[in-house]
Design a binder for this molecule. Structure first.
Ligand SMILES: [Cu+2]
Length: 100
């Protein structure tokens, strides 16, 4: 799954299966830096995030990317540390597909 980080995350809610990789690709024509940081925000307060993944300010140039493999099912909210509640997204991870 490939996501675009501009002044918002697109698509904003993404559903994948455990073991799959999400790639955030920088795509902001305004050339502002962004992060993809795990954790939800309360209003503009996003402190305590980044425990599961954190790109840091590496998303700051065309072509830059950040990847994370989601090993376990769950719902994982994330945000941009620099734009807080105006730049959030969610990764929904379903259990691994099994072939019977
Ligand atoms: Cu941002």
């Amino acid at each position: 799954m490939i996501l675009r980080a501009t002044s918002y995350f697109s698509p904003n809610v993404v559903t994948i299966h455990a073991g799959e990789r999400v790639v955030w690709i920088y795509g902001d024509g305004a050339k502002e830096p962004h992060t993809a940081t795990s954790g939800a925000c309360r209003g503009t307060d996003c402190t305590g995030g980044g425990k599961k993944f954190d790109s840091g300010k590496t998303l700051n140039k065309a072509g830059h990317r950040f990847e994370h493999v989601f090993k376990h099912p769950g719902t994982f909210p994330y945000h941009c540390d620099l734009h807080t509640a105006s730049m959030v997204g969610t990764i929904i991870v379903k259990p691994k597909m099994t072939i019977n």
